[in-house]
Write a protein that binds this ligand. Structure first.
Ligand SMILES: Nc1ncnc2c1ncn2[C@@H]1O[C@H](COP(=O)(O)OP(=O)(O)OP(=O)(O)O)[C@@H](O)[C@H]1O
Ligand SMILES: CC(=O)N[C@H]1[C@@H]2OC[C@@H](O2)[C@@H](O)[C@@H]1O[C@H](C)C(=O)O
Length: 378
């Protein structure tokens, strides 16, 4: 078997903690480098889908068995699987890609609960059913083995960030920042060593505030936040959370932080304070880095938030770094995570590790994920 050098065409699928929709991306990879970046697309959830997913998050808080699907979780899982099948089908049709040309699909699913201290991480979405529906092999359930071995189960994208260093023409030490629902960073050292962890809130906390106060799904370009004033005392209270002093590895559930401390503030002042909280907690990641990094490359939806990028840019500059958007270094910051799950799927297919002591705190480099094949291919 010559699996180590197999270059596959792989589709990656990500529906992140922002619950905005499904990102789809195609790459050609041998699970080491990316030989080719193909097309990518996003398929938004409907408002009704998001309601169901939010209900699933609530229901999942009571889970102590990752396989159980009580209440709305069963419906939500079918929804997630079905929407992913639709997304791939549309993607293939719209991009003129033949299904036969795709070797593998990497399917993250929707995280509804994450508490590694209890060895519990729950992603809904049925990879078996997706493999049947698409008639393609599907790699999925990427976080379970890591958490079972005592790892954080997240973040998993860091090994892909390292593979992007060459593509992006970056010099170590450098940092990738993902601003999704939750924010996470990957520090890549001169020796190629990885140090990665969740930093705190990303878009989810700001999105929830904006939705509750204005009915809009998110604060476009950070305009609401740009019009308010930071409440410094409440900001200090938010930043005094123990999580920030914890030595990595560390990871977060979507709803680990709350905006309760902002009760009584105006829509704008609350939005501003949350935005500064988000930026400050990302910049504080530098406290854990072994040395100062030059380039900080931002991926994820949060880089579209102009005010957030302005504030974070200032903080990174104070730390001696330079904030850059993924596009500034030739990457597609909306597709990074979907591409990563294609890359991780290829590694799973080849039996290569996907989590590491420096990324999830895994005791040793660990493989993860499992592969379901359509019955016709068995
Ligand atoms: N123009 C914009 N202005 C402000 N925020 C934006 C803009 N466009 C996108 N966003 C934010 O990006 C979010 C989506 O980000 P992304 O797709 O990276 O999340 P995700 O896939 O859920 O991430 P993760 O898996 O890392 O949690 C939206 O919910 C919104 O908050
Ligand atoms: C448990 C879980 O789904 N965590 C997500 C979440 O969203 C961002 C951050 O928190 C990151 O740790 C992770 O996702 C990315 C894709 C990762 O594993 O790298």
């Amino acid at each position: 078997m010559n699996a180590m050098t197999t270059i596959r065409t792989v589709i990656g699928l990500m529906s992140g903690t922002s619950m905005d929709g499904i990102d789809v991306a195609l790459i050609r990879t041998d699970g080491e480098a990316v030989q080719e970046f193909g097309p990518s697309a996003s398929y938004p959830f409907t408002d009704a889908d998001r309601e169901t997913l939010r209900a699933a998050l609530g229901e999942a808080r009571a889970l102590d068995d990752r396989a159980a699907r009580p209440g709305v979780l069963g419906t939500a899982e079918e929804l997630v699987t079905g929407r992913h099948a639709e997304a791939v089908t549309r993607f293939l049709a719209e991009r003129g890609i033949a299904r036969e040309d795709v070797a593998l699909v990497g399917f993250h699913g929707q995280t509804v609960f994450h508490d590694p201290a209890r060895k519990l991480t729950v992603q809904i979405g049925d990879g078996e059913a997706l493999a049947q529906s698409l008639q393609l092999p599907v790699a999925w359930d990427f976080r379970a083995d890591d958490v079972a071995a005592g790892g954080q189960g997240a973040p998993l994208v860091p090994i892909f960030h390292r593979a992007l260093m060459a593509t992006a023409g970056l010099t170590a030490p450098a940092v990738f920042v993902n601003i999704g629902g939750v924010s996470n960073v990957t520090f890549i050292g001169r020796d190629d060593a990885l140090l990665a962890f969740d930093t705190g809130p990303g878009n989810a906390l700001m999105d929830d505030w904006t939705r509750e106060r204005t009915g809009r799904a998110f604060d476009a370009d950070g305009e609401l936040a740009a019009s308010g004033t930071v409440e410094t005392e409440r900001l200090a209270r938010l930043l005094s959370h123990d999580f920030f002093d914890v030595t990595p590895p560390k990871s977060l559930d979507r709803d680990a932080f709350s905006s309760a401390a902002l009760a009584g503030l105006s829509d704008a002042d609350g939005a501003t304070t949350l935005l500064h909280f988000t930026a400050r907690s990302i910049a504080r990641a530098a406290e854990h880095f072994p040395e100062a990094a030059g380039d900080w490359v931002v991926c994820g939806g949060g880089r579209h938030n102009r005010e957030l990028m302005r504030v974070l840019g200032g903080l990174v500059a104070q730390a001696g770094g330079r904030l850059r958007s993924a596009e500034d270094v030739g990457l597609d910051g909306d597709a990074t995570e979907a591409q990563a799950f294609a890359y991780l799927a290829a590694r799973t297919a080849d039996g290569k590790p996907i989590s590491f002591p420096g990324t999830t705190g895994a005791p040793v480099p660990l493989t993860g994920g499992r592969i379901s094949r359509p019955s016709a291919q068995r």
